[in-house]
Design a protein around this ligand. Structure first.
Ligand SMILES: Nc1ncnc2c1ncn2[C@@H]1O[C@H](COP(=O)(O)OP(=O)(O)O)[C@@H](O)[C@H]1O
Ligand SMILES: [Mg+2]
Length: 163
């Protein structure tokens, strides 16, 4: 399945993330693609909110991976947030010696396209970009993945150019 959404503001991007986060189960993988400043970390923050995890989701650029335990009373799915920008390959992820079992967590990888896919049998790919010639805050999100990971697209704010 493929869906395309227009996201006029960072809040809309965060809301999309939240809707995705609410759908994630242990072992699920989300790959976030798009250039620097596209909004990948904003989206990851929303995913964290949808999962209900501990700690602020910020750019993991200098730590490669950040682990967010599940909050008591929440969904019970921790978040592993990876920034693959400077990761030589996903084999290095295995070497990071994370405390979190990746099969028990939701894993969100920024810059992981072409690398992270092998972490799971199936994954949700979200590509973020500015519309061509765009000068405002608008971003376009394209979602590719299994239906169960794609939120209902009755989006209050947004048209759906190619849905
Ligand atoms: N529609 C939008 N969606 C997401 N971020 C937006 C949007 N409009 C403006 N921004 C801003 O763009 C920046 C995106 O930063 P970030 O999420 O760190 O990008 P990335 O992780 O892709 O490099 C933030 O400062 C955010 O406030
Ligand atoms: Mg980022």
């Amino acid at each position: 399945m493929k869906a395309s959404l227009t996201l006029p503001t960072p809040d809309d991007t965060e809301l999309l993330g939240r809707a995705v986060g609410e759908r994630l189960r242990p072992g699920d993988l989300v790959v976030l693609a798009g250039p620097l400043g596209a909004g990948k970390t904003v989206l990851a923050r929303g995913i964290g909110a949808g999962l209900g995890i501990r700690g602020p989701v910020t750019s993991p650029t200098f730590v490669i991976a950040r682990e967010h335990p599940a909050l008591p009373g929440g969904r019970g799915v921790p978040l592993v947030h990876v920034d693959a920008y400077r990761l030589g390959g996903m084999a290095e992820l295995d070497d990071l010696d994370l405390d979190t079992d990746l099969l028990a967590a939701a894993v969100v990888v920024e810059w992981g396209e072409g690398m992270a896919e092998r972490l799971a049998d199936e994954h949700l790919l979200i590509r973020l970009q500015r519309p061509s010639g765009g000068t405002d805050d608008t971003r376009i999100a394209q979602l590719h993945g299994p239906d169960r990971l794609i939120p209902e697209l009755a989006w209050p704010c947004c048209e759906q150019p190619n849905a």
